[in-house]
Structures are given as structure tokens and as C-alpha cells.
Write a protein that binds this ligand. Structure first.
Ligand code: FEO
Length: 394
């Protein structure tokens, strides 16, 4: 088992879950890692654990470096079980260890595992002295849970950022510069879009905190450790946190008998004719998590559905629920679709988009199968929407 050294006395001891393809609804075609880091100084400190089925692997990795019984501190940067469900097994091996976490972290751990460990609750500005290094604690409430925090190792200048800056990607290489950086950046954007997007306003605050200390490495709890592309990933987080958009439109739709699909394709041509980059997703075939990644920097979203039972198709309803939760900021939207008699899908889509914070333009609904004239209407609908996207605030 290869333990990777990040710096003097700092090791990667986490687990690589090559085969997981669904992370509570977030598709993970490249798998997931549960990163855990061991600091061997005068004191021994474990930063985060792993998902419970991988706890034995974690213990084996630690055992190659030190006897787990010698661990003095276990840092719980985040209670979510992908990082903390290995804690009970670690604490069996290291019963003397103090468990360091925020107040919200303590209540979360107590409720999840019903174990009263030797807790040390920390707040902003607190640190522990490990010997050569101090480990400082930086609470990041709601990035993305109330308990979330980062830890900063001052001597080696490593920021253990937990979920922030993470990516769901498995690789045998632990550093950004040892991998295809385009894949890493894609997965970092997908991670942000699907996990952190609703908390964008807090990202700026977190970046301010991070900018106050020198950082040689950012070691998140998922994916690779950033050491060569730190300015690039910080820049992307700054853009995403300030709702940066490009001239891009996402068209997402589903179609019962093909009429809404015909509309979607003509609308796409109209948007493209305006000079705007557009992407088309049929929801019965699309990957919702990838779609959200594409929507992250898009300025426009067009959602189409046939009407079924006075509302949208179920695949469209599922996307609307997802978007409503993630609240993408700074987007212009509109709906379209075909209906047979009463209609109703567009009203539901528009209301849902508005409740997600999307500025909604008038919709386009057509009866039965679109004829040539109506397809021209679709083209113009896309063209006008594309022009608005070019004029809208960046
Ligand atoms: Fe990776 Fe929020 O847990």
C-alpha cells in the first residue's frame, strides 16, 4: 500500500472508492476518494477519517507509518458520513485521542454515533500545538454544513479544506500536476455546481480567510491535492462565488411524442444564430450532475416539456427540484413545450424557475405537432433569447 508524503511528516492515508457511481444523487463516473491525512510531529494528528467501509484501509495505511494507538488528535472537519463514519473504528484503535471539531460538529457526531469521545470544541482563531507545526482551525459554517471547518498547518503551509476545492475523481496520483488538469478542473467545477452552489455567497468570505495565510498546498477531502494550480482553482472559486457567467445557454427538455424535441432543436439553432454557445440535453438521457456543471457558468437556461396531466414530464420535474435546491444565481430562463389540449407544463416550469431565483422570460407553448411556421417561431424564440443573453449582465 503506497502512502504518499505531502510534506515532512504529512501523509495521505485516505481511501479510493473506484466503483461508486452515485453520491447521494451526484453522479460520479470517475469514482470518489475519501481523503484523510496523518501529521506526524511531536504530536500525532489525523485530519478526517473515511467512509466506514474503508476504515480498515485507513487503519492499515496509518499502521505503516505509526501505531494508530499513538494518535493524539483526530480532527473532524465535517460530520457528513463520507468523512466521519470511519471515526468509531479509528477511536477503537486510538481511544486516548482527543476529537477536535466545532460545536455543531460535536452535536452532529454525538447524534450520528452516540459515543461520548474526549471532545475538544474549537472556534475561529483556535489552534493546537503539534511540535514544529501548529494546526489552526477555520470554521466555515454552511460550506456546506453547519459544522464544516478547514484546518491549516502553519509550518508546512497546508490548508486541509475538507469539501471545498474537492473533486470526485479517482487516480493513483495524489497531486494536481500529476494528473490531466482538464479532468481535474472539470470535476472541481462539477463538485462546486452540485454541492457548493447554494452557498456561493459564503465562498468569498472563505477565500478571504484563506488569503490571510501562505498556502503551499490545498488538501481537500475529495480528489487530488492542489500544489501547482492553486492560483487557478482559487480564481475559479472566486468567479463561481461571484456568479460569473459566460455567453452560454443550457437547453434541457423532455418530449413525449417528439414535438417538444422538434421545438428544442429549432430553439437551439436560434440561440446559436445569435452567436451564443448552447448545449442541448434530453433529460431522459442526460446526466443531471453534468448538466448542472454546464449550467454553473451559463447565463441562460431554457427548459422544455410536453404537458402531461397539466404539468411537466417527471424527468423535467426532477430537474426543477434539483435546480430549486441549488439556486443557480445570475441566470435568465424561459420555458417551452408542446401540449395536446389544456397545457400547463410551462406555468409550472416558470414558477419553479422563479422560485429558484431565475429571472423568467415569457414562455413558448405550441399545440400538438409544430408546423413550419411554428418551427420558425421556435427559431425566433431562441434567437431573441440568445440576443438577451448577450445583452445581460455578465
Ligand atoms: Fe464530502 Fe459534505 O462531505
Amino acid at each position: 500500500m503506497n502512502n504518499v508524503k505531502l510534506a515532512e511528516g504529512v501523509y495521505y492515508v485516505g481511501a479510493v472508492d473506484w466503483n461508486v457511481r452515485d453520491f447521494h444523487g451526484f453522479t460520479t463516473p470517475r469514482g470518489v476518494t475519501y481523503n484523510s491525512f496523518l501529521i506526524v510531529d511531536e504530536k500525532i494528528c489525523l485530519v478526517d477519517t473515511v467512509k466506514a467501509p474503508f476504515a480498515e484501509e485507513l487503519i492499515e495505511r496509518i499502521s505503516q507509518i505509526v501505531d494508530p494507538a499513538k494518535i493524539d488528535y483526530v480532527i473532524v472537519n465535517h460530520v457528513e458520513p463520507d468523512h466521519s463514519s470511519g471515526l468509531p473504528m479509528i477511536m477503537e484503535k486510538a481511544p486516548q485521542a482527543k476529537v477536535i471539531l466545532t460545536e455543531a460538529g460535536k452535536s452532529g457526531i454525538l447524534k450520528h454515533y452516540q459515543k461520548n469521545y474526549d471532545f475538544q470544541v474549537v472556534k475561529e482563531g483556535d489552534f493546537i500545538n503539534l511540535g514544529k507545526n501548529k494546526l489552526h482551525f477555520i470554521p466555515l459554517p454552511m460550506l456546506h454544513w453547519p459544522d464544516s471547518m478547514a484546518s491549516y498547518l502553519d509550518g508546512e503551509q497546508i490548508l486541509f479544506s475538507n469539501d471545498a476545492f474537492g473533486q470526485h475523481i479517482c487516480t493513483t496520483k495524489r497531486f494536481d500536476d500529476e494528473n490531466d488538469i482538464h479532468e481535474i478542473m472539470y470535476e472541481a467545477a462539477k463538485y462546486y455546481a452540485n454541492i457548493l452552489m447554494p452557498f456561493g455567497k459564503l465562498v468569498g468570505k472563505a477565500l478571504n480567510k484563506a488569503s490571510q495565510v501562505p498556502v503551499k498546498m490545498i488538501a481537500p477531502s475529495h480528489g487530488v491535492v492542489w500544489r501547482s494550480n492553486i492560483p487557478e482553482i482559487l480564481h475559479k472559486y472566486e468567479q463561481w462565488g461571484t456568479n460569473y457567467t459566460t455567453d452560454k445557454v443550457i437547453i434541457a427538455y423532455d418530449s413525449m411524442w417528439g414535438s417538444t424535441e422538434k421545438m428544442a432543436r429549432r430553439i437551439l439553432e436560434g440561440v446559436a444564430a445569435a452567436g451564443v454557445n448552447a448545449k442541448l440535453y434530453r433529460l431522459s438521457a442526460a446526466d443531471r450532475s453534468d448538466l448542472m456543471m454546464q449550467l454553473l457558468e451559463a447565463r441562460g437556461v431554457l427548459i422544455g416539456s410536453s404537458t402531461q396531466n397539466n404539468g411537466p414530464l417527471a424527468t423535467v420535474g426532477a430537474l426543477l427540484t434539483y435546480i430549486k435546491g441549488l439556486r443557480p444565481a445570475n441566470k435568465l430562463g424561459a420555458s417551452f413545450g408542446a401540449y395536446g389540449w389544456g397545457g400547463g407544463a410551462q406555468k409550472v416550469i416558470d414558477e419553479s424557475m422563479a422560485s429558484a431565483g431565475i429571472k423568467v422570460d415569457p414562455s413558448l407553448a405550441l399545440k400538438w405537432v409544430p408546423d413550419a411556421e411554428e418551427l420558425e417561431k421556435c427559431f425566433n424564440f431562441g434567437l431573441e433569447f440568445g440576443k438577451k443573453i448577450l445583452q445581460a449582465e455578465k
